[in-house]
Ligand binder design. Structure first.
Ligand code: RB5
Length: 112
């Protein structure tokens, strides 16, 4: 799959680990997030991910910030984007099965 990923400063560490995992699994990953630990604004990274999804350039997306809420709220204002906040596998799977989520929003400060 081609997976877009975005993050703010709070999601950097989680993003870095996820990208490594996804690449090992053979996925293509497009990075829309910051690669700096400097404080930044999550919408600046959520909107480019949403745009690429809307254009059909990605199969799905992952958006990471401290609580996941900022990313999810921003993305869910974008036409065609259904971002589901999930903090474990069960919630993530149900977000896909029951809500047809096309973006997984992860609360980096609340997951291990
Ligand atoms: C950044 O400190 C934090 O506010 C942000 O990552 C996110 O949790 C907002 O929803």
């Amino acid at each position: 799959m081609t997976i877009g990923i975005c993050n703010d400063h709070a999601g950097l560490e989680c993003k870095t680990a996820l990208v490594e995992y996804l690449l090992k699994k053979g996925h293509t990953v497009v990075n829309f997030g910051t690669d700096s630990p400097e404080s930044c604004d999550y919408p600046d990274f959520a909107h480019p991910l949403a745009g690429a999804l809307q254009k059909g350039e990605l199969d799905c997306g992952i958006a990471i910030c401290g609580t996941g809420n900022g990313m999810a709220m921003t993305l869910n204002h974008c036409r065609g984007i259904r971002a589901g906040l999930a903090w474990n596998c069960a919630v993530a799977k149900l977000g896909k099965q029951h809500n047809d989520a096309n973006v997984l929003a992860i609360p980096a400060r609340l997951v291990s």
